[in-house]
Design a protein around this ligand. Structure first.
Ligand code: RP5
Length: 172
């Protein structure tokens, strides 16, 4: 974790049981040296802390919040309501869950925007946070561009390999 620089992204989640899924957001941020903080904050069990976190985030330098929770998942929406920075929601989905967290997150009422990612989509939420921060940071933009280019080159190399492996193959 980037401890020296003040965090630009807050990664919050309703329980430490969400960590295995939410860990992918810091993983993505670390690829680009984006400083972040991780907090366990529950809409239902620590509602005052949730409101305080959301209301003070911008003043502390946080530019984006990535929020994950499962079940009725009020953390994402209520953080978005209180915060002065954009919130990216990660609905947590376990095998024994239905899609309640996703529905809770995407059904925000008009006037209360919440950018909702796919279930368990913490990695892409982290990348999206990088993309948004890169809009005002040329160095970060260059790093992100390199990352995208490497992904492209990796797929092109795989394609070349597959073409070689399958050359002359006659479908039966
Ligand atoms: C939600 O309930 C949490 O975000 C978590 O996804 C789920 C279960 O939490 P624990 O009972 O494991 O603390 O609020």
């Amino acid at each position: 974790m980037s401890a020296e620089k003040p965090p630009l992204v807050g990664v919050i989640m309703g329980s430490n049981s969400d960590l295995d899924i939410m860990q992918a957001a810091p993983d993505a941020l670390e690829l680009f040296d984006v400083p972040y903080e991780v907090r366990i904050i529950s809409a239902h069990r620590t509602p005052d802390e949730m409101r305080d976190y959301a209301q003070t985030a911008r003043k502390r330098g946080i530019r984006l919040i990535i929020a994950g929770a499962g079940g009725s998942a009020h953390l994402q929406g209520m953080t978005a309501v209180f915060a002065d920075v954009p919130v990216l929601a990660v609905p947590i989905k376990r095998d024994n869950h239905d899609h309640e967290a996703l529905w809770s997150n995407i059904k925000m009422p008009k006037g209360a925007p919440l950018a909702t990612f796919p279930e368990n989509g913490a990695y892409n939420a982290g990348l999206f946070a990088v993309e948004m921060l890169a809009m005002n940071d040329e160095t970060l933009f260059d790093k992100y561009h390199e990352f995208r280019d490497k992904q492209r080159q990796d797929v092109i190399a795989l394609d070349a390999q597959v073409q070689q492996d399958w050359r002359g193959h006659i479908p039966s």
